[in-house]
Design a protein around this ligand. Structure first.
Ligand SMILES: [Zn+2]
Length: 322
């Protein structure tokens, strides 16, 4: 199996242009990839190949001043780039058959996915990815989770001998940091490293990323995975304890119970897709006694508030009926 350390540079659009384009193509596109850089490591973490390509953007065709300054990629250089279609094909060939991606931080893979999706290119080969930033934080018991690549390089005494913010150089230094980490072990135990307390953590109805969105929030709540979910730990149906409680920030929280594994919250953080349908970040987490009491308190307050509001409204309604 190969480990592919990956780094991207992407062009930003000026704000109005970004919104207009995303509306037009009805999918998320926060930036457009203009350079793919990658370094290939073999099963013994020895460097055995490298890849770099400049990609010509299709939607945000004018290079953003900051991006040009940061990356040193000029408009002229960008204009001579490959199409993303060709670049994706050649990059995939470089990756070969059996590989996983290593990135520094969580941003590159979602960005590449968005770009491929916006161009109708399959993304199924981007599924096996690992964030070295997470491994670094865990291995060094570093409370700060988001250290820069420069920090990690300095930590391991790796000299910055090539300019940063070039995708290939950054992928190369990412590979050197990877060589200092217990990548093989960490890949095996990755789910233990990610450190969040979620038993499940997914995005549902993400139309901006090509899934089917939910026409209404009610339909989302009625989806069997939300209405009658199964326990992430034992796979048995969960027993519903409360109706979904609508709280601030378009959040819907339901309390469930598993006979074997105890109380759990299922939370849906709803947002709107570009095509006016709904998606949500869906999480399941163990619920402590304290959390449950807090939720019940909030539900009581909200019910009292609704009763008071409907009492205030009634006389008005009667008056207008006359
Ligand atoms: Zn269970």
């Amino acid at each position: 199996m190969y480990y592919i350390s990956l780094d991207l540079e992407w062009n930003q659009a000026y704000a109005e242009k970004a919104i207009a384009v995303q509306k037009q193509i009805a999918c998320r596109l926060r930036g457009e990839v203009i350079q793919i850089g990658a370094v290939k490591l073999d099963g013994n973490m020895r460097i055995c190949g490298s890849y770099s390509v400049i990609v010509k953007p299709r939607f945000f065709k004018k290079i953003h001043r900051h991006v040009a300054e940061l990356t040193g990629i000029s408009q002229a250089k960008m204009d001579l780039g490959m199409s993303l279609y060709e670049a994706a094909e050649s990059f995939r060939r470089f990756c070969d058959e059996d590989f996983v991606f290593l990135t520094w931080g969580p941003d590159d893979i979602p960005m590449l996915k968005e770009n491929l999706h916006a161009n109708g290119i399959p993304t199924d080969w981007l599924e096996r990815t690992y964030d070295l930033q997470v491994m670094f934080a865990k291995e060094n018991n570093d409370g700060k989770k988001q250290r820069s690549l420069e920090y990690a390089m300095e930590f391991y005494g790796i000299k910055q001998t090539l300019p940063a913010h070039d995708a290939l150089n950054d992928a190369y230094f990412t590979a050197l940091v990877a060589q200092k980490l217990q990548v093989k072990e960490d890949v095996k135990n990755y789910h233990l490293l990610t450190g969040d307390d979620f038993l499940e953590n997914t995005v549902i109805g993400d139309a901006d990323a090509g899934d089917a969105g939910y026409a209404t929030v009610a339909k989302m709540l009625d989806d069997p995975q939300n209405l009658n979910p199964v326990c992430p730990l034992c796979g048995k149906p969960l027993e519903r304890q409360t109706k979904p409680f609508h709280s601030k920030g378009q959040k819907y929280i339901s309390l469930f119970h598993c006979k074997k594994d105890g109380d759990m919250f299922l939370t849906l953080r709803v947002s709107k897709n570009m095509n006016e349908t709904y998606r949500a970040k869906r999480t399941v987490a163990k619920a402590t006694e304290e959390d449950i009491n807090l939720l019940k308190q909030k539900m009581k307050e909200s019910a009292a508030y609704k009763r008071a509001r409907s009492r205030r409204r009634k006389p008005k309604a009667e008056a207008s009926a006359k």
